[in-house]
Each structure stands twice: as structure tokens, then as C-alpha cells.
Design a protein around this ligand. Sequence first.
Ligand SMILES: Cc1ncc(C[n+]2csc(CCO)c2C)c(N)n1
Length: 236
Amino acid sequence: MSPVAGAALPDLATSGGLFARLRDAARPSWESYVAHPFVKGMGDGSLPEASFRHYLVQDYLFLIHFARAYALAAYKADSLADMRSAARSMSAILDLEMGLHVKYCAGWGLSEADMAATPEAQATLAYTRFVLERGMAGDLLDLHVALAPCVVGYAEIAAGLLADAATRLDGNPYRAWIEMYADPEYRTVAHAQVELLDRLSSARGGEARFADLTRTFDAASRLEAGFWEMGLTLAG
Ligand SMILES: Cc1ncc(C[n+]2csc(CCO)c2C)c(N)n1
């Protein structure tokens, strides 16, 4: 069933949890990401098609590296449960989400071979390699904090668009994107990421590392905003 426009969903973040506190500490960067003009343009359908296509191709390349980040999470895990969870997320991206993405892009006339052959834009390189670097240099908590704006942000953005009076779903070329990320199944994935951050934080001394984790979360949020900006300006 399609979500109903205008119905606000509760916040994904648990009050007082690590995700909510990071988001508060990085508020200006977070807002520049979730309220970017690209997002508003998808909501009211005014986003130029060329911007959306440029974004989609780069997002395909982004997902490849995101799958690598979950492979790194499996390597960094210190329990079988965390290894299995990372492996499941990597498989979900490679076998499910990328397939959906490819089908979705085909609807916009983009073939997988064309997308794979496109050079990565600077914003794609910067964001994906930043996440991988946080994971390589740090531990599982550093890596999951770097991943959190991506995983939780898209659920918040899609829910926010559905609740926004400026959003038009009828005849909106970006409706399928909004509904894909507003899907309850995807909200469950985002919620699991919020809970995982709290568990990792207790196990790995997150409290004492809050300032450092905030820098990572803030940078990842700015890189998400930069990813939208790349789409909007068609930057290479
Ligand atoms: C730039 C960019 N940021 C976030 C997402 C969202 N996303 C990426 S992978 C994934 C599944 C999480 O396990 C989701 C929701 C995206 N596609 N592109």
C-alpha cells in the first residue's frame, strides 16, 4: 500500500540515544543534507531530470563502495552475530538493493553497463572513501557512525517529504524514489541502525569518544549534502 501524503511518522531516533545526540550535535550539517534543494525538488517534482539522472548514476557507483564498507564491517566485527549482520547487509545491497536500483535506472533509460563505465564524480569519491577510511582507521563504532547519515537519513528524508504540504505525489516523476525510501521495510532497516549505534556505543566506550564520533557524523552529513549538490549542479 502506498504511504499517505501528509501523515507525519514518529522520529526514527530514540530520545537520548547516540544517533539523536549526534544529529543534535551536527544539526547545521544534518539540515543541509535532509533539507537540501535537491530533496525539495524531488518532493514538488520541480527537480530537473538531468540532475536526477546524474545523481542516479553516481548513486549506483556509491552503492558498490557501500557494499565494500559492509565487507569491512564483517572484518572489523568481534562476534559471529556482528559478522553475520554485516554479511547480510552486504548481500542485501549486492543481491537486492542494487538489483532494484538497476531496474529503477533502466526506467530512466540508464543501462547497468553505462552506469558502471561512468567515472566517479568527486563527491562520490570523497564520500565513499571517507566512510571506508573511518572504518579502516577506526573500529566498528567509527564505521557505523560514518554509515548512519546514509542509512537513517534517507528514511527521514522520505518520511519528511510525505509529511510536507509542498510535496506533490500525483504526476511526480520522483514518486517511486520517495515511496521506495518511505517503505516500512526500509524504515525497519534504518531503525535497526539506530539501535545498533547504541549497542556498539555501550560496548566500545562511545561516551568518551563522543566528540570524535560527532566529527565523523558531521563530515558524513556534509558529504551527503555534497552528493545532492553534485546532482543538482551536474558536477563531475
Ligand atoms: C548517497 C546515498 N546516500 C544514502 C543512500 C541510501 N542507501 C544506501 S545503501 C542503503 C541500504 C542500507 O543498508 C540505503 C538506504 C543512497 N542510496 N545514496
